[in-house]
Design a protein around this ligand. Structure first.
Ligand code: SAH
Length: 237
């Protein structure tokens, strides 16, 4: 937790902040080893970053005074990431990684090789997703919460929603064996599609390319989803 993320409602009009939730209290204690008098980096969700002084730190509450909130959050990545729904544990880690890397739009998509049972996972509970996004924001010192949408059917997504996601931006389909290498140093916005552990099936690759996506590869090594996403984002931006 390189930044303590405050909810807009945590901040009183007098610049006082009182935190009582066990996760942040434990983290302040165990990782920051925070003590009264310390100055820590804070940020307001979907708002600015700054510093706060820890005035009192007790078992059940940490009380801060905001010193300033004058820093904008770090720049977001200009990418909409469309990710075939990974297995629940990988989903949790991937949500944190991609949030820390600066993804602000994420779609979780059903494809043929996504196991149906993954859609029943408690990790898809909006509150759980929110918790992972917050961990990613805190890691990266960011405040802007990503938007996560779910698409439980492939065809309606490709036919009805993908055209809007590709309007005015490049669509990049990451798939081993595609003819072109992943581009580097993009500055224009793009939509990036990453497949499930078993990869996209040929039908899906065909549909996505017909819709206007360029097939790209990362070399001959097949990477795990979370590694592939990190490598793709690092190389693209
Ligand atoms: N078993 C599949 C690969 C799945 S890897 C196969 O052999 O085709 C999971 C996802 O990570 C892929 O769908 C792709 O989106 C991405 N990925 C992994 N390695 C990649 C590479 N070398 N090039 C492009 N995409 C890759």
């Amino acid at each position: 937790m390189n930044l303590i993320l405050l909810e807009p409602g945590d901040c009183g009009p007098d610049g006082r902040v009182r935190l009582t939730d066990p996760r942040r209290l434990r983290h302040l204690h165990e990782v920051h080893r925070a003590e009264a008098g310390d100055t820590l980096t804070v940020g307001v969700r979907d708002g600015r970053r700054g510093r706060a002084r820890l005035e009192r730190f007790e078992r059940e509450a940490a009380c801060f005074t905001l010193l300033d909130l004058d820093q904008p959050p770090p720049a977001p990545l200009p990418v909409h990431l469309v990710l075939a729904l990974p297995r629940p544990r990988m989903l949790a880690r991937t949500l944190e990684h991609v949030t820390a890397l600066g993804v602000k739009q994420l779609t979780l998509l059903h494809t043929r090789r996504v196991e149906k049972s993954y859609w029943q996972s408690p990790e898809l509970d909006p509150a759980r997703i929110h918790d992972h996004l917050v961990l990613g924001l805190e890691q990266a010192g960011d405040t802007m919460l990503p938007t996560v949408t779910v698409e439980r059917r492939f065809r309606p997504f490709v036919e009805d929603r993908l055209p809007a996601l590709l309007a005015g931006r490049r669509g990049l389909l990451a798939h081993p064996g595609m003819p072109d290498p992943c581009p580097r140093g993009l500055s224009e916005p793009c939509t990036l599609l990453v497949g499930p552990e078993g990869g996209f099936i040929p039908y899906e690759v065909e549909r996505l390319r017909e819709a206007g996506c360029e097939g790209i590869h990362l070399g001959e090594r097949i990477l795990r989803v979370e590694t592939a996403v990190t490598a793709l984002l690092a190389r693209l931006f």
